[in-house]
Write a protein that binds this ligand. Sequence first.
Ligand SMILES: NC(=O)c1ccc[n+]([C@@H]2O[C@H](COP(=O)([O-])OP(=O)(O)OC[C@H]3O[C@@H](n4cnc5c(N)ncnc54)[C@H](O)[C@@H]3O)[C@@H](O)[C@H]2O)c1
Length: 436
Amino acid sequence: MLGIAVRTPSWRPPAHRRDGRVFARERSSLSMGKASTETVRATFRPLGACAANRAPESMAPSKWRAMRTTQTGSAGASLLRAAVVGTGDISRQHLAFLAASPLARLVGVCDLSPIARRWTAEEYGTTPYSSLDEMLEHAQPDVVHVLTPPSTHIGLARAALAAGAHVICEKPITLNADELVTLLDEAEQLGRVVVENHNYRFNPEIQRIDRLLADDLLGRVGEIEIRIGLPVTDPGGRFGDPNLPSPIHQLPAGVIHDFLTHMAYLVGHFGPRVTWERVSSIWSKHSAAAHIPVDDLDAVLAGSGPAGPVHARIRFSALLAPDCFEITVRGTNGFVQAELFSGRVTEIVGQPGGKQLGPIVNMMRDGVHQFIGGPRSLKRKVLQQGPYAGLATCLELTYRALAAGSPTPVTPEDMLAASRLIDRLVAGRHLEEESA
Ligand SMILES: NC(=O)c1ccc[n+]([C@@H]2O[C@H](COP(=O)([O-])OP(=O)(O)OC[C@H]3O[C@@H](n4cnc5c(N)ncnc54)[C@H](O)[C@@H]3O)[C@@H](O)[C@H]2O)c1
């Protein structure tokens, strides 16, 4: 049984993100670097009170009524009919959630591969479909999980929306921010919701940082660093094998692009109201692998938030070991460093004792944390709780929001901010190519 780390049924954004968090939709021309952005404050209406409970124009009311027939899960909450398109690697995490959740009922899976869809359907006791259209027509899902390669996301998501379903989509939800604006507009017109999976934002280590910020133990955030180290060029790995070319290599920034969403939304999470005035990225290729155009990113960002300047760094390396996914948040009163693969968290915060005794108190506290962290890390290993701990939480909160008609934990603003930052990072790569 999957452990779902949610304590309260209603979710609120962490305190450092709360104020000023209006559900504004930004419509802009979105041409790269163009500053003319018209902000349209279209209130993000709760589903229960808006068009979400009306039949989309493209659908016969009888079909809509059949689809909306209320069912109740064992927890008493509204049970949503869920379907999955794409039964590859990441689908295991989504399906494990759906199999265990009292909020959802799996009504179908679909994959281009007959073996993949049949195996998954048998494993999870549902119906296999060979195309999304067929699944939408027969299974009539309330929610479609789009878990296919990135270039297919927008087409599949639009088809699901047109059939009246909400969409939970894997990252990167679209290939650029222009596409995302189109998709969000379409969802709004149909009264449906689109959510990109920002799973790491809900990992316990990130929630620990949220609590330190909420308790004002770090002071004002002035620096954010996100670092991923993964051997993506390793010929034995899923991206490095030249004989098994992954569709991920077709992304504008190749395999690193696949990780940019996580890095961009974490920067946005800890710098929610920061305007990044300068974004500069250095893209490199250190490996000889011909099918991998870039394997290293070093980006620096400088911006300003409501309370002062903020700097950030986004770093991806394929060469250094061990594997890591590190987040450092530095404030005017201390810093915290979390490593999501191992669960290690180091906190150095302002302590009673001031500059004399403070460092000793911090060192002793950290020693106790690391001592407790060892067995905890072993427990994670034994229970095979990988770094996807936040995914179930993200899905749980999203399903609760969809059932309640309240705002989802990952908002259109979160998705747009991440997507725009990715566009700017990738633009740096194109500039480098042009000047080479
Ligand atoms: N959130 C995370 O931490 C995380 C981790 C891994 C992957 N992902 C993302 O999840 C997505 C899928 O990645 P994956 O590793 O599971 O890929 P995968 O290659 O293992 O699986 C993709 C599946 O989609 C199927 N497919 C492709 N096009 C289809 C279509 N049009 N209709 C139906 N099925 C189709 C393929 O046959 C394949 O089985 C990617 O966007 C990836 O970036 C996210």
